[in-house]
Design a protein around this ligand. Structure first.
Ligand SMILES: NC(=O)C1=CN([C@@H]2O[C@H](COP(=O)(O)OP(=O)(O)OC[C@H]3O[C@@H](n4cnc5c(N)ncnc54)[C@H](OP(=O)(O)O)[C@@H]3O)[C@@H](O)[C@H]2O)C=CC1
Ligand SMILES: O=C1CO[C@H](CO)[C@@H](O)[C@@H]1O
Length: 386
């Protein structure tokens, strides 16, 4: 089978997401499987050049994973016409500048979320990419989680009847460093470095709600900094200036009327639920709960009739009467699935939904979330006209 190379400049791959999800589990996994098969049978094989600010770190990463090309010189990489895609998973604050630079160098661009911290920048970038005619994309990884694929399948099959409400619980305990070492980078807890739960997660909740349930039209959000001091990577104490939890309610434009969605997102909560993220949809005909992989459904005919009696221990086990929704298909890593789709989009204009314009909608919701929290009121979302 004929093979074709596609050169990808990968920036920010010494970090958690860039290294694990994008370099190792996506681009190198695609290379190791022999590339992506295009519609005419050709195989498109990624050839990454990895770019980082720290020469030793980037070289060690390249050697550990058999990546032949590595550099600290981003400008030189962008100047090389053999590499046609630029990818970024570095800091959120640098992202808009880097994407613009890459677009101006004629590269197709793909990146981690959020596109930017502010909506104006995200909108301007989406328009700039369109004007320059480059293909563009933002990671929408949660949509390829098996649990959410199953939840969407139930919605599409009409399982819920009229959808009434959605409850989401996201998060887990992130150690402060006072007891155990923290399991997330410290910038997440500093607003001045682009951290913050609302910025981090509301961009995800926008595309999850829009695509799996119904379009978001308004938000009421309360951001909190529950823990105001943590220890950083060097064990030094810093002031936590960013929100480490967000309690948000959304109104969705459902096909049968408004749907209320409430999602709690927190780095200061201990997990007693089915998974690190769970979504429950309640409808007139049935309910379902999805975690990262699993999904459980309860049809109205299986719904028990609880009786409130605080004088007796609860007789019902509320985990009974739920059925496991089967896989019914294989699932691959969601980041890899989206990389494969983006590569096909670049190579043969295959359909692609996760553009910079879609990414801007996520930034819009995060910005509205911060405004709602600050002004203590509901914010309606305007059509971005992109
Ligand atoms: N889709 C998802 O599920 C998730 C997405 N994210 C997003 O991914 C991005 C990265 O997050 P994460 O991997 O957790 O962060 P990390 O702190 O682990 O990684 C940050 C990366 O950015 C690089 N970097 C930071 N500052 C600079 C700079 N000034 N110049 C050049 N490179 C720099 C770092 O390089 P060095 O190694 O040299 O320090 C490192 O490669 C964020 O935008 C975040 O929102 C994060 C978590 C989950
Ligand atoms: O940005 C994010 C913060 O961390 C979460 C999980 O740890 C991710 O899912 C998310 O994309």
């Amino acid at each position: 089978m004929k093979q074709e190379r596609i050169g990808i400049i990968m920036h920010g791959v010494t970090g958690r997401m860039g290294m694990n999800q994008h370099l190792i589990r996506s681009v190198l996994a695609i290379r190791n499987q022999g590339g992506v098969v295009l519609s005419d049978g050709r195989r498109l094989v990624p050839d990454p050049i990895i770019v980082g600010r720290n020469a030793d770190k980037i070289e060690a990463l390249a050697r550990a994973h058999g990546v032949e090309r590595f550099t600290t010189d981003l400008d030189a990489a962008l100047a090389d016409p053999r590499d046609t895609i630029f990818f970024d998973a570095a800091s959120t604050q640098m992202r808009p500048g880097l994407l613009r630079k890459a677009i101006d160098a004629g590269k197709h661009v793909y990146s981690e979320k959020p596109v930017s911290e502010g909506l104006d920048e995200a909108v301007a970038l989406a328009r700039h990419a369109r004007e320059k005619g480059v293909k563009n994309g933002i990671v929408h990884d949660k949509l390829d989680l098996p649990g959410l694929i199953k939840l969407k399948r139930l919605r599409d099959l009409g399982f819920f009847g009229k959808i009434l409400s959605v409850k989401g619980e996201f998060g887990y305990w992130v150690f402060t460093g006072d007891d155990l070492p923290p399991q997330r980078p410290s910038w997440n807890y500093r607003a001045e470095d682009g951290g913050g739960m609302i910025s981090d997660m509301l961009c995800h909740w926008r595309y999850v709600l829009d695509n799996v349930i119904a379009p978001v039209k308004s938000v009421s959000c309360l951001g909190m900094t529950h823990i105001d001091s943590r220890l950083d990577e060097r064990g030094e104490r810093f002031k936590a200036t960013a929100d480490d939890a967000a309690y948000a309610t959304f109104l969705l434009d459902g096909p049968d009327g408004e749907i209320v969605a409430h999602i709690n997102s927190s780095w200061c909560t201990r997990v007693r639920r089915d998974d690190l993220v769970t979504f429950q949809i309640d409808g007139t005909h049935g309910s379902a709960v999805a975690g990262l992989h699993e999904c459980w459904s309860q049809h109205r005919v299986n719904t028990p009739k609880p009786v409130w009696n605080p004088d007796e221990p609860q007789a019902l086990d509320f985990y009974d009467n739920w059925e496991v929704v089967p896989d019914n298909r294989p699932f691959d890593n969601g980041f890899k699935v989206q990389w494969e789709a983006f590569l096909r989009h670049v190579a043969e204009d295959a359909p692609w939904s996760y553009s910079l314009a879609e990414g801007a909608k996520g930034v819009q919701l995060a910005e509205a979330g911060y405004r709602s929290s600050k002004e203590r009121r509901w914010i309606d979302l305007e059509d971005l006209d992109l």
